[in-house]
Design a protein around this ligand. Structure first.
Ligand code: DLL
Length: 444
């Protein structure tokens, strides 16, 4: 059977990937065993969790089936802030070998911890990620995720090394050096945030370098939402297959889920991270197939077990099994978070809706920003988007036509009129990591 698998055909099957193909009943057994162990570990070592279990009259012995998970209390981001920096750790510092931190939008970051075993699991799930994206020993991986407190850089680094690939730890930024490395080192795969990689493609074009002519064949992108249209532009612009990977610091970092060769939903490495979808309003668990908020439980984490973490990411579990043969359930790509929604004149708007409208129009570039202001008590929304030099110089079609078409497209999707500003390429600030799409000046 193994030989029929794409990874194996490509020579990329890695022993670490074996759990991807566990029979479902066996997978559920593993999950239940690990769930009981992790709940016990958190109960015994984390005051906040024990107190919350106590409020519900629960002890770890009450977890007898996987469905019993629904009785357990949620964990939210504020819990990590309130217990800053080490309050949720379940291991003594002597066993913790790594700390990362994620900067929130306000105040103190949240801190996450790993034991040696946790790092091994992280390398394993990242190895499985790279294998699912078709990489193997012999690939030369340029890792442009930021190294440092951000989990992207080191997470991808150790996974690619464990796979047996050659890793270039270039980190984010210094785009000209990225391009030099990509060309001179025969790079075959790149890891980056999608918004940064779009910028890399543009710089290459400026320098007269056609990425499609390089050995580069695969891109591994994540850490922020990116639309199918963005994927199309990346794949066409660089001549690569672009895969979406998902993760978050609170759970482990990258390595929670990954697309496979079918690029149709992300398999969750659910032998380590148990997914549920809940109604964000009521907290009720929704059946597979329904859209809601993704909740994740770490099944094997030691240093910082996290039970029922409310990610705020909106998605749904795909009910059909995948043609790749993995038994791991898939989620739809995460296009939005419940907390990146903004309300303008009573209308709920997600940046992803604006992105979809913008990129559907010919001549736009995937660089945009939404600026919210308040004028005499009335909310105003302006959208700035870069357009190609041809459009900007009125060569192909009148600038005003494009503007009108865009304004109409956005109005149709979100139902309100916005001020649209078409700007020259390279006007909007570039990020080496996650792009900042919304600037809300209303509170100031
Ligand atoms: O962004 C970990 C990561 C690094 C994932 C590299 C993938 C690649 P945080 O900085 O804690 O961790 O941010 C986590 O980013 O809750 C999502 O809202 C968003 N996010 C991550 N991956 C995706 C994705 C890393 N593929 C938060 N699509 C998550 C959409 C994503 N959003």
């Amino acid at each position: 059977m193994l030989s029929e698998r794409w990874n194996d055909v490509e020579g990329g099957f890695h022993p670490a990937s074996a759990p991807d193909y566990l029979p479902v009943e066996r997978l559920r057994e593993v999950q239940l065993r690990r769930l009981r162990a992790v709940v016990t570990r958190a109960y015994d070592n984390v005051d906040l969790f024990r107190a919350r279990m106590g409020e519900r009259g629960l002890t770890p012995a009450d977890i007898r089936t996987l469905d019993d998970i629904a009785q357990l209390p949620f964990t939210v981001k504020v819990d990590l802030r309130d217990t800053y920096p080490f309050g949720l750790f379940a291991s003594p510092m002597g066993e913790i070998v790594r700390l990362h931190a994620s900067s929130g939008t306000t105040g103190k970051p949240i801190v996450v911890a790993y034991t040696r075993d946790d790092l091994n699991v992280w390398a394993e799930v990242m190895t499985r990620t790279f294998a699912a994206c078709g990489l193997h020993r012999g690939d030369i991986v340029q890792n442009a995720f930021g190294y440092g407190l951000f989990t992207g850089g080191l997470g991808a680094h150790y996974g690619a090394e464990a796979l047996g690939a050659t890793v270039i730890p270039v980190s984010g930024g210094n785009t000209e050096r990225q391009l030099m490395v990509m060309k001179d080192f025969n790079v075959s795969a790149v890891c980056a945030t999608p918004s940064y990689f779009i910028h890399v493609i543009e710089r290459a074009n400026d320098m007269g370098l056609d990425l499609r002519e390089l050995p580069l064949h695969t891109g591994i992108f994540g850490a922020e939402p990116w639309s199918e249209e963005m994927r199309r532009r990346i794949q066409d612009g660089a001549g690569i297959r672009a895969y979406d990977i998902y993760g978050l610091s609170e759970i482990i970092g990258p390595g929670v889920g990954s697309e496979c060769e079918h690029q149709d939903g992300l398999h969750i490495f659910e032998d380590h991270f148990y997914p549920e979808i809940i109604d964000p309003e009521t907290g009720a668990v929704l059946p597979d197939g329904e859209e809601g908020e993704l909740v994740l439980t770490t099944l094997s984490k030691q240093a910082m077990p996290i039970i029922r973490y409310r990610t705020r990411d909106i998605t749904r579990i795909i009910t059909e099994t995948c043609a790749c043969g993995r038994s791991l359930r898939r989620i739809r790509r995460v296009g939005r978070r419940s907390d990146d929604m903004f309300i303008i004149r009573g209308v709920n708007v997600f940046p992803s809706q604006v992105e979809a409208a913008l990129l559907a129009v010919e001549g736009t570039l995937p660089h945009y920003q939404i600026i919210l202001t308040r004028d005499h008590g009335l909310d105003q929304m302006a959208v700035e988007v870069e357009v190609t030099p041809e459009v900007f110089s009125d060569k192909v079609r009148a600038l005003e036509d494009v503007r009108a078409e865009l304004a109409k497209a956005i109005e149709q999707i979100i139902g309100i009129r916005v001020a649209l500003r078409l700007v020259e390429p390279r006007t909007i600030a570039r990020s080496e990591g996650k792009a900042k799409r919304v600037i809300d000046k209303r509170a100031i």
